[in-house]
Design a protein. Structure first.
Ligand code: ZN
Length: 186
């Protein structure tokens, strides 16, 4: 059977269900007897070293990797490659996704589109550009119930790395984020 490679990107703010959507697609591929493998950056060790764990607690096995090149090395027998928390990888993840798709692999990438300052996050803009298909998922704004747009940081700090849970970040819509910032430096 000829395999058709493609790149699918699932992006959105924190608490938008990105990882749940990634897991859903990977499970369906597993039911179809495809060989699946999930990779994530090794710095995302919030819950467990081995599993991709979503905020809703559904898990699927995953392999932490230090750099995108490792994904190429470790996925030679894989039909569907999932990549979670892609925003933490460097830009070489873009070439890796292209290379996999050109080999006939279906690549499903999940990541935060914006950091807590509302700036495009790491390699995500380039991944969105090369994607065959883009799905933007939304959390609900905790202030007004509209669709959220950005993950606002509640606690102090200026590191871009976001490994938080509900305690540290809250999803806000564009309007409520604007009010929160009081029009400063937007
Ligand atoms: Zn709002």
């Amino acid at each position: 059977m000829m395999r058709r490679g493609r790149v699918e990107v699932i992006c959105g703010s924190m608490f938008s269900g990105k990882t749940e959507e990634l897991i859903r697609r990977m499970r369906r591929a597993e039911f179809a007897r495809q060989r699946v493998e999930i990779f994530k950056p090794s710095l995302d060790t919030r819950y467990s070293e081995e599993d991709v764990v979503s905020h809703e607690g559904t898990t699927i096995n995953s392999t932490p990797v230090d750099c995108p090149a490792s994904i190429l090395l470790l996925s030679s027998d894989t039909d569907v490659v999932g990549i979670d928390e892609a925003q933490f990888f460097d830009n070489s993840i873009v070439d890796v996704c292209n290379e996999l798709a050109n080999r006939g692999v279906r690549v499903i990438v999940a990541g935060l589109d914006l950091d807590y300052l509302g700036q495009p996050f790491g390699p995500m803009p380039a991944l969105l550009a090369i994607a065959d298909e883009v799905t933007k998922v939304h959390a609900i704004c905790v202030r007004c119930g509209s669709l959220a747009y950005v993950s606002h940081r509640i606690v102090d700090g200026d590191k871009q790395v976001m490994l938080g849970e509900m305690k540290e970040y809250e999803p806000l819509c564009r309007e409520c984020y604007k009010k929160e910032k009081g029009g400063r430096n937007l």
